[in-house]
Design a protein around this ligand. Structure first.
Ligand code: LMR
Length: 335
């Protein structure tokens, strides 16, 4: 009797405690890369800052390594989601928005950016709004851009990729779901194959594809270099992410909460740029030290030849992206 009485007393107390700690809103942050990458680290920091700033009213659950969704599925889920209390957030690479935005394809144009400073010049300019325009009509709210880094090429072959088209001929390359990347590979002399990130390691290992293009942190954290022979430091295009959330969820958040979440995202974005700069150097070093794949720097002449070979991609996509927008971006970067 006594015990039952005590137990009854405890129930309302326990409920009260649960209510004190239960979040009002949940954000499921889904991504496909490893936690120790610039995106993975930024997502973790974002979750921590949101918890602090909203005093636990918003809980961010981070799902790395395609645990919850791949990038195609997450965008579908985000668009379909109508919950006002549980939001889906993700940071797919800019290349993966091709179904929803023609203008974002600008980021894939080969040799548009020399380095991440160029990228920041564009992302921090008013042109960014034009590039991401129209996504809200598709149910996606674009919030910020996160870096990974410039892409390099890896290959399983008896020699590195140096000469185009000779070294690309007969080689199959995994690419993201980007039509510009597909055209770029063809112009370099190879054959493109679109595959989800989760399938890259196995596809390389089993010879479904011979090579792939990616940033250092993805190659290292997913061990692509262990099943490849050479990496050519081409820095031919940018791998970065658009952080997006369901428009429905975001618009319905109370303004004070939305501001707190936005301020956490702003700080996570600043930190992401530092993580990316650090990973770019340290993960290249780790790959070199591992000695599975030999890292090869391209000469200026080789780089110029790759640039020339991929120039037709710009003409091919000019009308689709918008000629004026491309010119404005080029003028901003002015090299
Ligand atoms: C890829 O598919 O190679 C990348 O988009 C993965 C990522 O999120 O960095």
């Amino acid at each position: 009797m006594k015990l039952l009485f005590r137990a009854l007393l405890l129930v309302p107390l326990a409920l009260a405690n649960m209510q004190a700690f239960a979040a009002d809103y949940t954000i499921k942050f889904s991504h496909v890369v490893a936690p120790k990458t610039p995106k993975g680290q930024a997502a973790e920091l974002f979750a921590k800052l949101v918890d602090e700033r909203t005093k636990g009213r918003v809980k961010v659950e981070v799902f790395p390594n395609s645990q919850l969704y791949n990038d195609k599925k997450v965008l579908e889920a985000m668009r379909l989601s109508s919950s006002k209390t549980t939001g889906i957030m993700a940071a797919p690479s800019l290349s993966k928005f091709v179904k929803f935005s023609k203008t974002l394809q600008t980021f894939d144009l080969p040799y548009l950016f020399n380095d991440l400073n160029d990228v920041h010049k564009l992302v921090d300019s008013p042109l960014m709004d034009q590039l991401a325009t129209g996504l809200d009509k598709k149910g996606l709210r674009a919030l910020t851009v996160w870096d990974n880094g410039m892409k390099v090429f890896s290959i399983k072959a008896d020699k590195p990729l140096r000469n185009t088209p000779a070294d690309f001929n007969g080689m199959k390359f995994r690419i993201q779901s980007s039509n510009i990347a597909a055209s770029m590979i063809k112009n370099l002399g190879g054959t493109p194959q679109k595959l989800p990130f989760k399938e890259v390691y196995t596809s390389l290992g089993q010879g479904v594809v011979d090579g792939q293009e990616n940033a250092w942190s993805n190659i290292y954290s997913k061990k692509f270099h262990e099943v490849q022979d050479f990496i050519s430091v081409s820095n031919h295009s940018y791998l970065g992410y658009l952080v997006v959330v369901s428009d429905e969820f975001w618009s319905n958040l109370p303004a004070d909460i939305r501001n707190q979440v936005a301020s956490a995202l702003k700080d996570a974005t600043d930190a992401n740029r530092q993580y990316a700069a650090a990973a770019d150097k340290s993960d290249r070093k780790k790959i070199e030290n591992d000695r599975y794949a030999k890292v090869v720097d391209l000469t200026d002449a080789e780089r110029a030849a790759w640039r020339k070979a991929t120039a037709p991609v710009w003409a091919e996509f000019r009308d689709e992206i918008g000629g004026k927008l491309i010119d404005d971006v080029k003028n901003l970067l002015a090299h």
